[in-house]
Design a protein around this ligand. Structure first.
Ligand code: XMP
Length: 516
């Protein structure tokens, strides 16, 4: 693995993904992790990410020299580059001249990182301070107008650094620089491929489950479908998929899962109608975190019950279901504060929302993967593209898209509005351009309207179309006006309780994709 040391900014996730795009496994660790603990992970290389604006800033994370004495090839990027400079005795100057955005970089010939690339290239910069003197033993390998030392390397100690951001698209040869570090600088090999991921996971699942029974929580979404298909491949006969109709699903969704999934994977499927149970548990609750925790808890209760039934049906009174498969992804783990020491932004129902008295051991074969990797694994497993490219839908479903208490009536209203939005976006051919488009019902807000000759006092809905690569960051989608107009007309005409349609034009950050 390659460790990406996170200095608390957004950059670490992107770097980790780019490393995997170079077919090398990566893992994000917090900058506070002790060096011994990093070494225990036997990293092939370490990458120090970008971070706060200045190594001199108050509270800026420190990097000790011991990190560079481990013999592990290390690459410092932006903040990581400056922190490395300081730790090894070079000079970082607090210059007045900042560089932000596209910048012309000139590389020296004969450097490991820039070999085979044009000497002049455009890179993405974002820095105030500059390295003015490389530490002893380092050769300066590139400069820009504002940064006399924009890259350096010490090939004996296999230490490298760049001031710019190779991970962002705007850096012309960024991915190539990263690959050169990984392959040439650190001697990594491109072994992280879909075929290998599938084989490795299948082996691991067989090892974990043995001859025990396992159930898989299907949600209708991509992740649980792929997780289930992986487990099906590993221990087919021992698996029962459980699909919980919690009443928070979109229109037609329950029927679709029943039809599609079984036909394609041949898995055993059990459908549980738990609508009343979830709605009872959610009655009177409007706090988002509380809703998530309740939904997570009820899910588990349903699975426990389903597991007892699976055992009863198998006729083997001594056996029990010990394992529960979930489609947890790497971003879920990171955002729920697991793994990197980052803040708990929201409790994804399948990570932070699990009850403490969980009866099952979790099987989470996608726990290390990003969404785009999950889709590739799904294709590798032969799942059809309609299933693999389905828009993400959160486990807590429409429960977190009703702002306010969740009731049966409100769910009906939202389901109708959501179905119209989905239909029109598909009709306009926008499914692959849009990552997902939550429709959010502002159930506690009322607005005055006029329909026909009369005054109405209804509810607004919010359209939240976003584009994203992995849901860690997102931008609002520029959906054509005529498509928006069509959605708005249809919703206000066809869904009686809604008299206003609004568009959310917030990126993530600062907004999250879902409203709760
Ligand atoms: P946010 O709202 O955090 O969402 O920007 C990021 C992505 O995750 C989905 N999401 C969830 N998925 N359980 C899930 O399985 C959850 O609790 C959950 N909350 C959000 C969301 O739809 C988006 O794709």
């Amino acid at each position: 693995t390659v460790l990406v040391v996170d200095f608390g900014a957004q950059y670490a996730q992107l770097i980790a993904r780019r490393v995997r795009e170079a077919h090398v496994h990566s893992e994000i660790v917090p900058s506070t992790m002790p060096v011994e603990e990093m070494l225990a992970k036997k990293p092939k290389a370490i990458i120090l990410s970008g971070g706060p604006s200045s190594v001199y800033a108050e509270g800026a994370p420190n990097v000790g020299a011991e990190l560079f004495e481990t013999g592990v090839p290390t690459f410092g990027i932006c903040y990581g580059f400056q922190a490395m400079t300081r730790a090894l005795g070079g000079t970082v100057a607090r210059t007045e001249l900042s560089e932000f955005g596209r910048t012309q970089l000139t590389a020296e010939s004969g450097s490991v990182l820039f070999e085979g690339m044009p000497a002049d290239q455009l890179v993405w910069m974002s820095h105030g301070d500059s390295v003015v003197e490389a530490p002893a033993g380092f050769a300066t390998t590139a400069h820009t107008a504002g940064a006399p030392v924009a890259a350096f390397e010490d090939t004996d100690r296999r230490l490298f650094g760049v001031q710019f951001h190779p991970e962002v698209m705007h850096t012309e040869h960024g991915q190539e620089v990263l690959r050169r570090f990984l392959y040439e600088g650190a001697g990594c090999r491109p072994t992280w491929t879909m075929v290998n991921i599938v084989e490795e996971q299948v082996d691991r699942i067989r090892g974990q489950i043995g001859d025990k029974q396992v159930i898989c929580a299907l949600s209708g979404g991509v992740d649980s479908a792929v997780a289930g298909a992986l487990v099906q491949r590993a221990v087919g006969e021992q698996l029962t998929c459980v699909f919980v109709d919690h009443g928070l699903l979109r229109k037609g969704e329950a029927e679709q899962v029943e039809k599609d999934y079984v036909n394609i994977t041949g898995a055993k499927l059990k459908v549980v109608d738990a609508q009343a149970q979830f709605l009872d548990a959610l009655a009177g609750v409007s706090d988002p975190e509380e809703k998530r925790k309740i939904i997570g808890r009820e899910f588990i209760r349903v699975f426990e019950q389903a597991a007892r039934e699976v055992v009863a049906e198998s006729g083997d009174g001594d056996s029990e279901v010990e394992f529960l498969v979930q489609g947890t992804l790497y971003p879920d783990v990171v955002e729920s504060g697991g793994g990197t020491g980052t803040a708990n932004i929201k409790s994804h129902h399948n990570v932070g929302g699990l009850p403490e008295d969980l009866q099952f051991t979790l099987v989470e074969p996608l726990r290390e993967l990003f969404k785009d990797e999950v889709r590739k694994v799904g294709e590798e497993l032969g799942l059809p593209s309609e299933m693999v490219w389905r828009q993400p839908f959160p486990g807590p479903g429409l429960g977190i898209r009703i702002i306010g208490e969740v009731t049966r009536e409100r769910l009906e209203i939202l389901r109708d509005a959501d179905a119209i939005a989905r239909e029109e976006l598909s009709r306009a051919g926008l499914d692959r351009d849009i990552w997902q488009c939550p429709v959010v019902l502002l159930a506690d807000v009322r607005s005055v309207g006029v329909q026909g000759d009369g005054r109405t006092y209804g509810h607004p809905v919010v359209l939240r179309p976003v584009s994203s690569e992995d849901a860690m960051t997102a931008d609002w989608s520029r959906v054509p006006y005529d498509v928006l107009a069509q959605i708005s007309n249809r919703i206000t005409n066809e869904v009686r309780e809604i008299n206003r349609v609004t568009l959310d034009v917030t990126s993530k950050p600062p907004g999250t994709i879902e409203w709760e």
